[in-house]
Design a protein around this ligand. Structure first.
Ligand code: 0O2
Ligand code: 0O2
Length: 267
């Protein structure tokens, strides 16, 4: 085997991993600065060790001179999300950047098509241009996007595979598959909780906007000397408020709004 200067070859890969980590971490910090929810929980990245590169090349029968064009995960970025839905938001971010600072080579959905092992993640392989001292070079990089639960499982399974040199005893394999199903269930439960919380937040928002509208219009009626109408509405509002009847509150809001229009009350 001819001598290959891996240390030199891997420099652009190391730079690419650093750049990509900064880019995805900054999406998170930007959203947080705006007070918004971030679909990205945390980001890691690594350049594959030379020994792992050579082992994989041997396993897949890749000639040394073809490694860089064919091995897609020499540069690897991993993005962890809280919820499965967030994974697709992150994939959309990447798709939006297609043709700008990166080019999507292909995508693999191991969430809907999970592996026999139980592995679940969304993979996007990109072509990424990197500036080197000798000019521009385009490298391949693999972005793995997964939930915290998927990551928990994959990290442990990976370390067991390593320990058993890929010969995991059958009974452990079975238990790992069961653990993958449990992680999947956990993700589903979490998604449902998220959905319900969102619904509850929406109902709360509608209710509080309705209440604000009613109170604003009552105040305006007082201002234009329609205190009789205003106090009637106030009484009806107090009653519905005590009962917690949102539907009736919405009706009342419409009625007050029509009344305000009649008296040409505008804020
Ligand atoms: P192998 O031989 O296939 O297991 P350090 O800071 O020095 O402790 P570093 O550079 O942060 O270590 O590496 P890290 O992040 O601990 O990566 C070591 C292993 O974590 C990798 O093994 C991967 O299993 C995993 N890993 C972490 N981030 C990523 C990523 O973004 N993509 C992929 N594919 N794996 C990741 P190796 O390096 O593949 O070696
Ligand atoms: P490392 O050590 O993480 O770098 P295939 O031919 O389908 O087996 P291929 O074509 O190399 O695999 O790519 P694939 O399937 O998209 O997987 C690439 C990476 O996804 C792997 O890199 C792992 O990081 C991760 N992965 C895929 N399947 C599993 C799995 O069953 N368990 C775990 N824990 N991770 C998985 P490497 O080079 O295999 O490993």
């Amino acid at each position: 085997m001819e001598f290959v200067e891996w240390k030199k070859i891997l420099i652009p890969y190391e730079n690419a991993v650093e750049e990509l980590k900064v880019k995805f971490k900054s999406i998170r910090s930007e959203l947080h600065a705006l007070g918004e929810y971030s679909p990205i929980e945390f980001v890691t990245g690594r350049v594959k060790k030379t020994s792992s590169i050579l082992e994989k090349a041997k396993k897949l029968d890749i000639a040394v001179e073809e490694i860089q064009e064919t091995m897609e995960d020499i540069a690897g970025i991993r993005i962890m999300c809280q919820f499965v839905e967030d994974i697709y938001t992150v994939v959309d971010y990447i798709r939006e950047r297609n043709g700008k600072d990166m080019e999507i080579f292909y995508e693999k959905d191991y969430i809907n098509n999970y592996k026999d092992s139980g592995y679940r993640s969304y993979h996007v392989v990109i072509k990424y241009p990197i500036q080197t001292a000798l000019g521009q070079k385009t490298i391949l990089a693999e972005i793995q996007i997964r939930t915290l639960a998927m990551n928990f499982w994959a990290v442990i399974e990976h370390s067991l595979k390593y320990k058993y040199k890929h010969q995991i005893p059958e009974h452990i394999n079975d238990r790992l598959k069961k653990a993958a199903d449990a992680a999947h269930k956990l993700d589903q439960e979490m998604s449902e909780i998220r959905h319900e919380i969102r619904q509850a937040q929406k109902v709360f928002e509608v209710r509080s906007n309705t209440v604000s509208d009613i109170l604003k219009n009552i105040q305006l009626l007082y201002l234009v000397d329609k205190s009789k109408e205003a106090s009637e509405f106030q009484e009806r509002f107090n009653d519905l408020w005590d009962k917690g009847d949102t539907v009736a509150l919405k009706k009342l809001a419409k009625e007050i709004s029509r009344c305000s229009e009649k008296y040409e009350v505008y804020d």
